[in-house]
Design a protein around this ligand. Sequence first.
Ligand code: PLP
Length: 511
Amino acid sequence: MIYESTRGISEQTHSADIILQGIADDGGLFVPKSLPKLDRHDLEDMLDMDYSQRAKKILALFLTDYAAEEIELCVARAYDSNKFSSRHVAPIYSLSDNIKLLELWHGPTCAFKDMALQILPHLMSIAIQKKAIKEDIVILVATSGDTGKAALEGFKDVKGTHILVFYPKEGVSLIQERQMNTQEGENVYVVGIEGNFDDAQAGVKAIFADADFNRIMKNSGYRLSSANSINWGRLVPQLIYYISSYLDMIEHGDLNWEESFDVVVPTGNFGNILAAYYTKKMGIPIDRLICASNRNNILTDFISTGTYDSNREFFKTASPSMDILISSNLERLLYELVDRNPAKLSKLMLDLKERGVFKLTKDQLKVLKKDFWSGYADDNETLNTIRAIYDEYNYVLDPHTAVAMKVLLDYRKQIDDNKKTLVISTASPYKFIEDVLKAIGDEDSLDSLDDFEMLYKLSSIAGTDIPDPLRDLKDKKILHTTDVSKKDMDNVLVNIFNLDGVNLCRLQVHR
Ligand SMILES: *Cc1c(COP(=O)(O)O)cnc(C)c1O
């Protein structure tokens, strides 16, 4: 399979190259030149398989330059039972006849980022061998909370790699921060940024785009790469669970082969819902892709009006992993909407860069709306939804999944449609303990409890176990305490890797 950049200047290339590179030289994102199709026969073939076997099949369609044994090795290392607490890796919880929850948080960090970040380091490690790369790979990550920890867990002590995570100091939950700051491993670095996620992401992008800086790193024996969802190696493992969960629903008799279903995705950087969109294009009978946002509802507006306007206030919410105003992966969808025309796409991206706004044509908007619907929930609605679902079904949602649930309920009120729906459940409720308890618990008693005591409280109220990685957190030593201003992000690299020849005045991070 050949990949090309959405901006069209870079050469077309193979998956091992693009997984190492992350972002294209021209600043675009890599996409497959064409998507493989799955017919009924292909799907029936996978019906009896478990998650890992399906993963091998699906990855092989995209990573055609990897040998079958190489893919097998990566899958075995990523999705084994030491890593994922549920035998099914991505189990479906049946809330009701027509609402199914796809639980993507049974991995080591209790959020859906594990689904991709447990395998990406192994894909990279094999790419390093295949391409006989001599430099060490330095993974730079900007995180809104969950990616950082998942990337640290995935890359820790992977030979030939270093991982540096930037997180917004004021933008993550206490548990998320503690998960990162206690990270063990010889090759891991965690740094807090004074700013929000978009600042962290803009800083990382600026470092990637700085050719001089990259040359200096290379001279010192390092090569930058990305584990953000702009990296195709992050995105392709996310296709697996949409295809696999469809097969599970067929297998359980929730759906028949002639039936389509809707998907609701709590959305931030647009990676997860884009993976669903790609599987739809491949032949999975998804009818509507429902894009759920929190109060940072730029995508809601975009999908309903065709105008993407980032000139707006940024809000911190109870679903911090979705607190994003620039959704990087939207570029890949836009590329389809402009009929894969790099010049048209580059124009939209230039408008966004220069004025913070871009606009679809009427026809493009029509195409977008055929596949997508959008809505949002504010924090009040989110917490009320956690409460309502708990009261009715005795099931506790995390705030991100609750945003999706609220948007689904709104969708059903507006559009007379009771189609079977897969709600993508992206985090364990234990990870966002304070807001979850506020929603379902007795608020007064919370004042006296710290976050770790709260875990036990939720366990007793909900009757579920605290996930092991969170229960052990309290006793772990804090190992990372560095905070910097967003202008100094590149200096962090200079210090860690002892880079010579960098003119520090020149290196300013631009938004
Ligand atoms: C990252 C994340 C999201 C958003 O996913 P995107 O792929 O960035 O749209 C939603 N919920 C949780 C819990 C997350 O960690």
